[in-house]
Design a protein around this ligand. Sequence first.
Ligand SMILES: [Zn+2]
Length: 291
Amino acid sequence: MTDQLKRYYFPNLSVRLAIVDLENVQRELLERHQYPIAYASALVQLASAAALLRSTVKLDGRLLLQRKEPDTNIQWMAECNHRGEIRGVARYDEVYADRDPATLPGILAITLEPERGERYQGIVAVESANAQNGLIVALEEYFERSEQLPTKLVLANSNQRAVGVLVQRMPQTGGSVESLDADGWNRVQVLLQTLTPAELLELDAETLLHRLFHQEQLQALSVQALRFHCSCSEERVKQMFISLGSHEALACIQADGFATVHCEFCFAQYRFDAFEMGAWFAPAAESHRTQ
Ligand SMILES: [Zn+2]
């Protein structure tokens, strides 16, 4: 089985582990687009990271990662929700198409949107100095500074597949700290660093974890199937037009008589004509809108 997120826990170390494997999701993220290879790779890594981060949050909702390069149009977005639905898109600038996006400095926004409750956003710099690990370093810093949760990530991807592992030291609640293996967190990090990208991409999760951590007690917690799914819908596009107001919405109607919207994530197309749009702004629809 591919396209899964598996969660584990080291009870003696108070460390959690998540491992993500994207194959169909990767294909669907990329197949509709013509991204330069490096941009595709950066997108797939961001999607893997979104799934791993999402697994650390108990709330129902979506976790969105946005990486932007200032002074350019370059941007990557990837999100994963509690149902394991992933979508993502890269916007790139032809001027920079030949450059490795990993060498461009930028910012990373981590947004948590619960279905109920407050939206939360944290922002962290992606340094260009550490080209290969810019995203990973930024995420680890975010957890260390904002969440006070020491975290390590590894990500690897090929043409077919993307795999990532997250380990995170949990705050110790109850029980005595002495009962925990004091060196455990260091040991987990060192073992994780021994992983090569080839091992990550070739081995299944069980083999990988056994190879690394066979001397540790490791509990399997859950397995979640992941899939590409775009949350766009005719209703959402309609609400977007309504929020523009009648003047601006009707101004979107082109010479063919339709206001047409293409979803940049899944390329779905939504078309509305003047008659349909006019009805949204008729008095009955107006009172409904302001509720
Ligand atoms: Zn869509």
